[in-house]
Ligand binder design. Structure first.
Ligand code: IPM
Ligand code: MG
Length: 362
């Protein structure tokens, strides 16, 4: 059966890295028998330019009917002065909400070939393989009420609401336990239960869910300690689960442990495993259009898509192996340059992955 994917390149380097991922998808079609078709639509600043909205209705409709979504990145300085609800980031939050993508999987894997790219000592990060499961459609990002208001004393105040229902906590906990079951079966839940009531409930619900997963070893950690442990001894972690904002922060820290945010894909899943797949990095307007961006995170996002939404794990393996081969060949984009390696551009990196895959097709 032919699967349909929505392709949303977005802004900045999103356009050129998605173009490389498309080369990979085209080869999966022509050389590996994958039944897939795709349609492209604008989001973020591109959505605003095309339809006056960071998430045009037609884009959301396309994403809704697709089996999976591939996203590049959103944002650019030309959009910074727009009202908040028109900014590119709003498009990203709206599509997460609109598709119900509550479970965000953010792996932090250190490729052995790139060990030198980390700012941490090799012995601290060698072999690193962490999965952060971030709640993506709740918490302080979406809580009501929110706003900026004037007080009687003439001062303005800004306010947001950090709220999680039991249902929201339970479903992200289940998603994290399921993830842990496929890995080393260790789950660390990160909260701020020493200060916040919402975390107290979080801890209680996660603990309750754990009784359905007796094989998974559950631990709890306060978020400040978790941030410290991530840079002190990151290999103690297998899967971490946390709320929207803590996950935003910790996943950036975890990504940088690998020295190569340009390498890391992510998946955002709904209740039924439908997902949106995107690189962890942003739109990097400063290097957009210069053929220097690293397309590997986006290409690896296609692998995650094959695994989590399209039920094609063997093809996911092909992509991941091809990326490994390219790194073995010493090919690097500028962001992951290591000593003695050959630095190439965005398009050449995409071509190198395609060539490595082609060798596996016969
Ligand atoms: C991320 C990003 C987004 C977030 C921004 C761009 C809205 O930082 O995906 O981590 O905060 O979720
Ligand atoms: Mg972030």
């Amino acid at each position: 059966m032919t699967k349909k994917i929505a392709v949303l390149p977005g802004d900045g380097i999103g356009i050129e890295i998605v173009a490389e991922a498309i080369k990979v998808i085209d080869l999966l079609k022509s050389g590996f028998g994958l039944g897939i078709e795709y349609e492209t639509a604008p989001i973020g600043g591109a959505g605003y330019d095309a339809a006056g909205e960071p998430l045009p209705e037609a884009t959301l409709a396309l994403a809704r009917e697709a089996d999976a979504v591939l996203l590049g990145a959103v944002g650019g300085p030309q959009y910074d002065k727009l009202p908040r609800d028109k900014r590119p980031e709003r498009g990203l939050l709206a599509i997460r909400e609109g598709l119900g993508l509550f479970s965000n999987l953010r792996p932090a894997i250190l490729y052995a070939q790139l060990a030198d790219a980390s700012t941490l000592k090799p012995e601290v990060v060698a072999g690193l393989d962490i999965m952060i499961v971030r709640e993506l459609t709740g918490g302080i990002y979406f809580g009501q009420p929110r706003g900026i208001r004037s007080r009687d004393d003439g001062q303005r105040e800004g306010f947001n609401t950090l709220v999680y229902s039991e249902m929201e906590i339970e479903r992200i906990a289940r998603s994290a336990f399921d993830t842990a079951m496929k890995r080393d079966r260790r789950l660390c839940s990160v909260d701020k239960a020493n200060v916040l009531e919402v975390s107290e409930l979080w801890r209680e619900v996660v603990t309750r869910v754990s009784s359905d997963y007796p094989e998974v070893e559950l631990s709890h950690m306060y978020v400040d300690n978790a941030a410290m442990q991530l840079v002190r001894a990151p290999k103690q972690f297998d899967v971490m689960v946390t709320g929207n904002m803590f996950g935003d922060i910790l996943s950036d820290a975890a990504a940088m442990l690998t020295g190569s945010i340009g390498m890391l894909p992510s998946a955002s899943l709904d209740e039924n495993g439908k997902g949106m797949y995107e690189p962890i990095h942003g739109s990097a307007p400063d290097i957009a259009g210069k053929d220097v961006a690293n397309p590997l995170a986006t290409i690896l996002s296609v692998a995650m898509m094959l695994r989590h939404s399209l039920e094609e794990p063997a093809l996911a393996d092909v992509i991941e192996k091809a990326v490994g081969k390219v790194l073995d060949q010493g090919l690097r984009t500028a962001d992951i340059e290591t000593e003695g390696a050959t630095v190439i551009g965005t398009a050449a990196m995409g071509d190198a992955v395609v060539a490595a895959m082609q060798e596996m097709s016969n």
